[in-house]
Design a binder for this molecule. Sequence first.
Ligand SMILES: *[C@@H]1O[C@H](CO)[C@@H](O)[C@H](O)[C@H]1NC(C)=O
Ligand SMILES: *[C@@H]1O[C@H](CO)[C@@H](O)[C@H](O)[C@H]1NC(C)=O
Ligand SMILES: *[C@@H]1O[C@H](CO)[C@@H](O)[C@H](O)[C@H]1NC(C)=O
Ligand SMILES: *[C@@H]1O[C@H](CO)[C@@H](O)[C@H](O)[C@H]1NC(C)=O
Length: 615
Amino acid sequence: EAQTFSWGSKRKTPELEWCSVVSRYTVTTVESSVWNQLPITKEAAFEVDLPSSAFISNFTITSNGKVYMAQVKERAAARKIYDAAKKQGKTAGLREIEKFRVAVSVPSGTQMLFSLTYEELLPRRLGRYELSLGLRPGQLVQNLTVDVSITERTGISFIRVLPLKTNRLLSNTAQGDTDAPSSTHVEQQACCARVHYSPTLQQQNSISSKGLNADFIIQYDVDLRDLLGEVQVYDGYFVHYFAPRGLPVVPKDVIFVIDVSGSMIGTKIKQTKQAMSTILEDLREGDHFNIITFSDKVHTWKKGRTVRATRQNVRDAKDFVKRIIAEGWTNINAALLSAAQLISPSSSSSSNHLSSRRVPLVIFLTDGEATIGVTAGDTILSNAKKALGSASLFGLAFGDDADFLLLKRLALDNRGVARMVYEDTDAALQLKGFYDEVASPLLSDIQLSYLDDQAFDITRSLFPNYFQGSELVVTGKVKPGVKDLKVSMSAIDSKKEVKFENDVLASHIKGNGRISSFVHRLWAYFTIKELLLAKLNTTDPATQRLLADKATNLSLKYNFVTPFTSLVVVKPDAAEAAQTPTTTAATITTTATTTATTKISVAGAGKKPFQPGGS
Ligand SMILES: *[C@@H]1O[C@H](CO)[C@@H](O)[C@H](O)[C@H]1NC(C)=O
Ligand SMILES: *[C@@H]1O[C@H](CO)[C@@H](O)[C@H](O)[C@H]1NC(C)=O
Ligand SMILES: *[C@@H]1O[C@H](CO)[C@@H](O)[C@H](O)[C@H]1NC(C)=O
Ligand SMILES: *[C@@H]1O[C@H](CO)[C@@H](O)[C@H](O)[C@H]1NC(C)=O
């Protein structure tokens, strides 16, 4: 049984040869072929790990010259199956990843080619974009090729390939390496780069005799000299990347709210204390902070206000953290209200005291559901919204038992984002990593505007915060004939309100094919993501239905597998259609952060209809 496995762009046109990432928009195609040289029929499984923020846009099986193309269909009443899949995925310990799996019986002497394409927009975090490709062929393979090309119009400032990552831990790499895996070639020019990785059998064997089981990770960043960012227009669509560099950091008023209920006992509380200790040391002198711990009762470190991050205060806070003991129930409502009381009104961005402005942030960590006090989600949400005012709330769901949905809705309501922290040995690093993303606010209340008579169907363009190292993205349509898009921005920086205007930014992309049409697909991708978020952010059933309808229509039009659609595969061995609920509750927001997660496995075997998690 020979197997070839190749990863990269499919060369149909010379253009494609050089491009799978165009302006952060990534189209990845995974191809794998099996040739059954045994005298008997064998089952072959095609498995791909893909980022949960990605949408699948094509899947084909080619057998005996015949192409079986999967179809994206409206998702009908598959909700139950999906929930089951979600549960199943949870035990697999996957992070922000979904598993796509299809198994097919391959008759003796037959060759079969699987090809899966998915698309995603790479978010900028901590000053870089990260492209992660899972290489898990399950055996040593003859032809294993990774071929990535990146085109960025404003220039690539750096690109690096990390050592192979052999498990999900942030800290883990193959054999403690610090270099790119051998046989990696990186070619870099001003505006494009190409990465090629093709390990021989021996090289694969030296990593593991069972074949590669790792992530191949590329990090890069772009040059962006214009304060207003970059605008690209193509065929009636535009995308605007906004990520000004070199602005001064605005001090923050940060309140850490930490769940110390009984379920935190043991490793989780130990890791939280460890993370808090490094986070406290990283506070800047101009920052103010406070710490709240909560279980049935709420305990505030410094009563009534936040304190300056002087050395002495940081030392005292670290002592306080050391003494934390976990026990009791979980009173989320009371904890949020206590946090709100500490936010000083003068730190609010709408105040007149801009010269002493601080950005109010609440970092809320919990590993469970509300079990005491107010426990109804909707009541907690409305109480928090009333109390928190203009503070941004960042929700960290520690482990699978946390009420991630509630945290997501809290964050949506309160100018923040929510993240999962996975229960694992690197949880402290995950916590610190998230803090780093929001540690340096640069601008608040950013409004990006486009002349009304030029642009329409625009995605979100008002953002609560812009953090160092992140990027805000807006996309929309432009009226026919519009040559240059007039862009303006207003925001509040460290001291004052700032306004900028510019009208010569838009670069029109010429030509056709995937390079230029990416703007169009990116608009659809982004709009669907926003519809998903908006649906989560409303409780009105009629509005939810309308949003779901719009998202369904767009998903079908662009052939995206989203929570509203299913992939229907006709397999060569069972020429019967079956539903594969490949779904995601993923959220992507245009601010610094969030890709949230659901872990799903999609499986199928023989003639049975696909059952997630089966096989
Ligand atoms: C999907 O892939 C097949 C085979 O590679 C190709 O013929 C087809 O045009 C693709 N479909 C879409 C919607 O891109
Ligand atoms: C590996 O790829 C090369 C070039 O694409 C091809 O000529 C060769 O037949 C492949 N080898 C196997 C074992 O499939
Ligand atoms: C969610 O809805 C609330 C109003 O209920 C609104 O204030 C908030 O901005 C919305 N969040 C997003 C991200 O649209
Ligand atoms: C979705 O498409 C259907 C069928 O084309 C159409 O009837 C419906 O109005 C569309 N819904 C929305 C919200 O665009």
